[in-house]
Design a protein around this ligand. Structure first.
Ligand code: 0GY
Length: 316
């Protein structure tokens, strides 16, 4: 859907009625996505890609997984398209959220409805068949996500992940990894052994109260420097910041360093509908206005928002 209806536009009445999850009861402390994001001042370049966002349900049609660690409010594709248009973006990369487990039907449904304007990252388990992988590929999936954040998923043995990695590599897919910075020393060698392009969510979640040139973030920069197959999403200042919106000034130096050091291997994403935010819900307009503070020239912005995601997700 390229043209959002007035009611679906952020700020409109349908947009604001977001606090439901079909037949599921959303978690008592769940924060729904922002009901009326501000219009960003920053205008993304034509063709800009929001390369990290999710769809949730609707639960009545795409049930949340029994093994999930949270139950969200529904965040269906129509609201994602409306937000895309409102923020001035053209395309989305929809990442399978853990609340849907390895059942990728909500993402596939969104991809099939997107008229080529969305690609996906799936979650698969060891039992996935080659035919299922081909179907996901035909729908627009271009990667799998391995999640190491313990509050979100139970641990999957590394042999299983390596087996999945070997099976998706011939499709030209990549692997998206999500972990906390404190876990990187233990996971470093495993990550370095992965055979595909590897995209790291949210800069490996650095503790931004530590120095940007300190050992913790230094290890992540080393991973990127020594392994040219590694990319990073410079996303989610809202999850990492202590000073908060609209500047996210404590996170910006970390993101800026990655954008300037690895300009051809960075991606930006809104993270809508922002699962598991506890203290506040970010204003998506502020997140867009953060972009020129981390990609400070038109050339860097074009790489971050257009060239890089197009190369990774729309090469075919
Ligand atoms: C994010 C972050 C989170 C959740 C998930 O799939 C998910 O459930 O990714 C989180 O809770 O930090 O990137 O959306």
């Amino acid at each position: 859907m390229s043209a959002a209806t007035a009611a679906d536009t952020p700020g409109g009445s349908a947009w604001a009625s977001n606090a439901a999850s079909g037949p599921f009861q959303m978690d008592r402390n769940w924060l729904p996505f922002h009901p009326a994001p501000s219009k960003p001042r920053f205008v993304p370049p034509p063709g800009a890609v929001d390369a990290h966002c999710h769809v949730f349900g609707p639960g009545a049609r795409f049930p949340y997984a029994p093994e999930r660690k949270y139950t969200p409010c529904d965040a269906p594709k129509e609201k994602l398209w409306a937000l895309r248009d409102y923020l001035g973006f053209s395309r989305n990369v929809i990442v399978q959220a853990t609340c849907h487990g390895a059942d990728n039907r909500a993402v596939v449904d969104a991809l099939q409805a997107a008229n080529g304007l969305a690609r996906g990252v799936a979650t698969v388990n060891a039992q996935v068949s080659d035919a299922e992988l081909r179907e996901l590929d035909a729908a627009g999936v271009r990667g799998v996500r391995f999640n190491f954040v313990k509050r979100l998923v139970d641990t999957t043995p590394r042999e299983v992940l390596l087996d999945i990695a070997r099976r998706i590599a011939p499709l030209g897919w990549h692997i998206v990894i999500y972990f906390e910075a404190a876990e990187l020393p233990e996971l470093y060698d495993f990550f370095a052994s992965l055979p595909t392009v590897v995209v790291v969510d949210h800069m490996g979640r650095p503790d931004v109260s530590k120095p940007v040139d300190g050992p913790e973030f230094g290890l992540f920069v080393r991973l990127m420097r020594e392994h040219p197959n590694f990319w990073s999403k410079v996303s989610c200042p809202d999850r990492l910041s202590r000073v908060g919106a609209p500047s996210y000034a404590d996170v910006a130096p970390f993101a800026r360093q990655l954008v300037e050091t690895f300009p051809d291997r960075v991606l930006w994403g809104s993270d809508w509908p922002h699962p598991n935010m506890k203290s506040h819900m970010p204003d998506d307009g502020h997140l867009v206005d953060y972009i020129p503070t981390i990609a400070t020239t038109a050339e860097l912005q074009h790489k971050l928002l257009v060239d890089n995601p197009m190369r990774l997700y729309w090469a075919r």
